[in-house]
Design a protein around this ligand. Structure first.
Ligand SMILES: NC(=O)c1ccc[n+]([C@@H]2O[C@H](COP(=O)([O-])OP(=O)(O)OC[C@H]3O[C@@H](n4cnc5c(N)ncnc54)[C@H](O)[C@@H]3O)[C@@H](O)[C@H]2O)c1
Length: 384
C-alpha cells in the first residue's frame, strides 16, 4: 500500500505516463544530417513508433544514415516529395537546413502528415505565413523544435513572470554569444546563403527570443531596428583547417536589434556566433515590481547559465532572491519528440505552436530586412 502511494507520488513528479502501443505511428525523416541523429535516436526509444522512410538530397546519404542505426528496411529517397508520394506516413521530422524548411514542411502538411520542424522555423516571415496556412488547411500537428522549452529552468522563467513578482514587464535585454562558435563542424550548410540562409540571428537568436517571449506570453512585435555583420565568417584565418570556408560564408555572424512589442515592452537583443568578448551580457527582464537576471551560458546554447536572481523590494528594503538551478535528468530531445507524438495521438495542441514561433520568425525577418534597409521598419504580419 505504502509502495503504491509512493509510486503515485513518483508518477506525479516525473509526469511519465504509459504509452499506448496498440497502433504504431509511421515516421519519416527528411534531411539525414547532423541533427537527424538526435531525432532517430529518440524515435528509436519510442515503443509506439516505426521508422519507415527517409529522404536526403545527397545520393546514398539517407541509406547510410539508417544503416548506421541498424535500420535496414527503411525506404530511402533523394527527394522528400518522392518519399511523401510513395509512403503512407503519420509524421515526419524536417531536419533539413534552414533554406528548405518551408517547402518540406508545406509539402508534408499538404499530404496530411504531422510535422516536427527543426528550429529556426524557416527563413522569412512570408515562409512562416505560408507554413501556417498549410498547417491550418491540413488540421495536422505542426510543432517547432525548441527543445530548451522542456528544461525546467526555462519553465521557471515563465513561472516567475506569471507569478506577478516582477509586476508589469517593460524592458528585456536578451541574447547570447560565443567567442568563437561559427558552426562548421560538419561542413558549411549553416554558413552558405542558399542553405543556412540566415546565420547567428536565426540559428541561436531564435532560442534567446523564445526564452523571453515565451515567458511573457509572446506579445506581437511591432517595429524593429536591426543590425547584422559578418566580420568573422569572411576571414580565411578564422577557420584553422578550412580557410576556403570564408569564400562560401554568406550569412551573418552577429546581430543586434531594438524591438518594440505590443504592450509597450522593449526588447534589446544581440547574438553572436563569434565576437571579441566573453558574453554580450546576461538576459534581464525588468518589471515595475522586480527585475530578473538570467545568467548567460558561456557557449550560448539557449539555456540558463546559472542561478537566476530576482531583485525586488520587501518592506522598503532592496533584496535579492536567488532561484537555484534545477538539476534534472530530462532528456530535452526525448521530451521534444515524445510531446510531439503525444499531441498527434491525443489530438492536443502542438507543444511548441507555430502561432507563437510566427512572432519569433517575424522578429528575425525584421532584423534582416531592417539591417538591409539601414533603418527602423514596421513588422506587418498578414492575416492567416
Ligand atoms: N534543435 C537543435 O538543437 C538543433 C541543432 C543543430 C541543428 N538544428 C537545426 O537542424 C537543421 C539541420 O541542421 P544539420 O546540422 O542537421 O544540417 P546538415 O547540413 O548536417 O543536414 C541537413 C541535411 O538536409 C538535407 N536536405 C536539405 N534539403 C533537403 C530536401 N529538400 N530534401 C531532403 N533532404 C534535404 C541535406 O542534404 C543535409 O544532408 C537546421 O535547420 C538547424 O538549425 C537544430
Amino acid at each position: 500500500m505504502a509502495d503504491d502511494i509512493l509510486n503515485r507520488f513518483k508518477e506525479d513528479q516525473t509526469g511519465q505516463k504509459e504509452i499506448d502501443t496498440s497502433k504504431k505511428l509511421r515516421v519519416g525523416i527528411i534531411g539525414t544530417g547532423w541533427i537527424a541523429e538526435a531525432h532517430i535516436i529518440n524515435y528509436m526509444k519510442m515503443p509506439d513508433v516505426e521508422i519507415v522512410a527517409g529522404a536526403d538530397l545527397i545520393p546514398g546519404k539517407a541509406e547510410a544514415f539508417f544503416k548506421r542505426f541498424g535500420l535496414q528496411d527503411v525506404k530511402c529517397f533523394e527527394s522528400h516529395t518522392d518519399m511523401l508520394n510513395s509512403v503512407e506516413l503519420d509524421a515526419v521530422s524536417v531536419c533539413t537546413y534552414n533554406a528548405t524548411h518551408a517547402e518540406c514542411t508545406i509539402d508534408a502538411l499538404n499530404k496530411g502528415v504531422n510535422v516536427l520542424l527543426e528550429k529556426p522555423m524557416c527563413v522569412t516571415l512570408e515562409e512562416a505565413v505560408e507554413i501556417i496556412r498549410a498547417e491550418k488547411k491540413s488540421g495536422k500537428v505542426l510543432s517547432i523544435g525548441f527543445q530548451p522549452r522542456f528544461d525546467p529552468n526555462m519553465k521557471k522563467i515563465k513561472e516567475i513572470v506569471e507569478s506577478g513578482v516582477l509586476g508589469q514587464v517593460y524592458y528585456i535585454q536578451t541574447g547570447g554569444g560565443r567567442r568563437r562558435g561559427i558552426p562548421t563542424p560538419y561542413g558549411t550548410s549553416f554558413i552558405e546563403k542558399d542553405k543556412g540562409a540566415i546565420g547567428a540571428v536565426g540559428d541561436i537568436g531564435c532560442y534567446s527570443l523564445d526564452m523571453v517571449l515565451n515567458a511573457i506570453g509572446y506579445p506581437k512585435p511591432l517595429t524593429v531596428t536591426g543590425y547584422t555583420s559578418d566580420f568573422f565568417g569572411k576571414r580565411p584565418d578564422y577557420y584553422k583547417n578550412h580557410p576556403e570556408y570564408a569564400e562560401v560564408f554568406g550569412v551573418d555572424d552577429f546581430a543586434a536589434a531594438f524591438v518594440r512589442l505590443e504592450g509597450g515592452i522593449i526588447l534589446d537583443f544581440r547574438i553572436a556566433w563569434a565576437m571579441n568578448i566573453d558574453t554580450p551580457g546576461d538576459t534581464i527582464i525588468l518589471g515595475t515590481k522586480g527585475g530578473l537576471r538570467i545568467p548567460s551560458t558561456e557557449c550560448w546554447n539557449g539555456t540558463v547559465g546559472g542561478a537566476m536572481k530576482i531583485y525586488h523590494e520587501v518592506a522598503g528594503s532592496q533584496v535579492e532572491t536567488e532561484i537555484p538551478i534545477i538539476e534534472s535528468d530530462i532528456d530535452l530531445f526525448e521530451a521534444k519528440i515524445r510531446s510531439f507524438l503525444d499531441a498527434i495521438k491525443e489530438g492536443t495542441p502542438a507543444p511548441v505552436p507555430s502561432s507563437q514561433i510566427l512572432y519569433n520568425q517575424a522578429i528575425i525577418d525584421g532584423i534582416v530586412k531592417s539591417a538591409k534597409a539601414g533603418r527602423e521598419i514596421e513588422i506587418n504580419i498578414p492575416e492567416i
